[in-house]
Design a binder for this molecule. Sequence first.
Ligand code: ATP
Ligand code: MG
Length: 587
Amino acid sequence: MSTENPAIAITPAAAPPVQQDFIRQIVRDDLASGKHRVIHTRFPPEPNGYLHIGHAKAICLNFGIASESGGWCNLRLDDTNPGREDPEFVEGIKDDVRWLGFEWHALRHASDYFEVFYRAALKLIADGVAYVDDLDAEQMREYRGTLTLPGRNSPHRERSVEENLDLFRRMRAGEFADGSRTLRAKIDMRAGNINLRDPAIYRIRKVTHQNTGDAWPIYPMYDYAHCLSDALEGITHSLCTLEFEDHRPLYDWFVDRVDLVNHPELWQPLLDAGLPTQPAKPRQIEFSRLNLSYCITSKRKLAQLVGEGYVDGWDDPRMNTLRGLRRRGFTPAGLRLLVERVGVSKQNSVIDYAILEGCIREDLDASAARRMAVLDPLKLVISNLPDDHEERLIFANHPKDESFGTREVPFARELWIEREDFAELPPKGFHRLKPDGEVRLRGVGIIRCEQVLKDADGNVSELHCTLDPQSRHGMSGAERKVKGTLHWVSARHAVAAEVRLYDRLFNVPAPDSEEDGKRWLDHVNPEAKRVVQAWLEPAAAAVAPEQRFQFERLGYFVADRVDHRADVPVFNRTVTLRDTWAKQVGQ
Ligand code: ATP
Ligand code: MG
């Protein structure tokens, strides 16, 4: 694995089985001190797109910490933005979390709590800490002030509790137009932290919600809904990314002011609806996002790649969505290994894409059986074998693990080898086949190239070779050394396959930096997908979708989840055997 990039902090490969990071330390301390008996976490995606590689970190962290400590983790769909959200994404998210290897304790939706949020808002109004404002969005922005200028109080800030209760009930009843009124928390318009300058709690939006239909003309804001959802679910440690650090005072403000723990009347509707609820005071802890070079981790931009046809869908193997990575052949264990290697801290950094590839290779090296395939075929005839010669050679399926067993590989007089494994005018240090040269054919013996045939255009069309019978298994010359070993498939037995050669979707490490004045879409790598017709040994073809192999000397490949059929095989290249990018970017 290439780990040269000094900008990357990686926990050593030999890390102890119990991961050490500041969040796990807090969790251990809280258990040791008796603050919590059981750890509760949640993974809270918004169902407005498919999950991406960055989410894998949040998933592994939340589910991992819960399971390591004997606690539990909920999957909560943060569905407070109707219109942008879709049930298709909900199903995709569930599928992806399970694929990564995790199971949730309970599946919840922020929308399950809409009635509680509403009652809690009435309580805040009654307590004199929330008010209905009539300023429109632009006016509010103007009143809010800036980082250097304090905000100003809205002229509606001092409305009476009665008037606020009446207006808010009428907002809820749908009496007012979208955006015409807002419920705001009454905190401090002069606060240094802008998030505390009377943030919005509810906005009017007459949009149909995928779960609650048209029941609600008002929807809660993220900062209000998120912390109360955590509290309702009894989340002990609410883990989120660093950009929410400045929101933490507001998170705590809402949790403390609403005080669900001491106000069971607010959440009685959940019990009535059969949703077990035991509120607790959650603690928000921030960690740094997972950023990877050559990747985009913004759902909006990923949606744009799909929408504008740069890729064939959310599950296109070039996409760094979890579905894309899955279809590409990446493994859940490889992704979990990446998250473990990257570690958890408050330090923002960009992880080299090569680290991810290294993790995937490491997992696939151990878990993928070996097969032979030829991607760019050149005919090779063994002229000292009879026309009808046929053997069934026994090959180990894995060089380092006998439990993978063996398979039969048909061998005959006519073979396919990789075109680039022959050079008529070999460059210096070329150890593959050349005129009059010798190489070993994997599992067969040593051949000598006797004759090079060409087509009318002068291209090499066929090689005629002789096989040294003494070099074959069990013979006196079996141990004779030659420099190169080539893979091959028997032409007569080979199965034709479509092989999709994928590479990085962007050809620069930071596609969305805009440093060079280019649009991020201008960095899409046109070479990221190349389709070839290849030949497979029979044992590579008749397999189920998502079966992964190392095609010897070529890389790791997976039978495509969608298009592969045993009689019409389609394989995707997951990753090459070695990093081919390091030298290109001059590292
Ligand atoms: P986007 O901005 O692309 O929409 P998001 O952060 O809004 O992504 P959510 O669905 O809200 O996506 O995220 C769900 C959870 O995953 C949040 O807790 C968020 O902090 C976390 N998460 C999202 N992206 C990353 C990332 N790159 N690294 C680590 N955690 C992430
Ligand atoms: Mg978000």
